[in-house]
Design a protein around this ligand. Structure first.
Ligand SMILES: C[C@H](O)[C@H](O)[C@H]1CNC2=NC(N)=NC(=O)C2=N1
Length: 93
């Protein structure tokens, strides 16, 4: 069972990079905008392979060149260190 974040200050750098707390739940959301659909989907492909490798998966919604990502740890019922790690990775792709 994954633990939720006790020290919420680890979220500060993530929130400074454009992630925001999700309305109504313990999760973070960010919208990524690309130049076109191909770029958006290529990014999603790389993100998906990383997510699968870490066994931690995003909720996401793609419309043309935007991808809205929500991160939360279902096993924990809220944000965990895994979400911080995945947010770091997604921002770095
Ligand atoms: C059994 C498997 O490890 C779990 O279901 C993993 C898979 N991916 C996951 N992804 C996310 N975002 N939260 C989880 O709790 C989670 N759990």
């Amino acid at each position: 069972m994954t633990k939720t974040l006790a020290d919420r200050s680890v979220l500060d750098p993530v929130l400074d990079r454009g992630w925001a707390m999700t309305d109504g739940r313990d999760a973070i959301t960010k919208t990524f905008t690309f130049s076109d659909f191909t770029e958006a989907f290529a990014w999603m492909t790389r993100a998906a392979l990383f997510a699968e490798k870490m066994d931690h998966h995003p909720e996401w919604f793609n419309v043309y060149k935007t991808v809205t990502v929500t991160l939360s740890t279902h096993d924990a019922g809220g944000l965990s260190q895994l979400d911080v790690k995945l947010a770091d990775k997604l921002d770095g792709i």
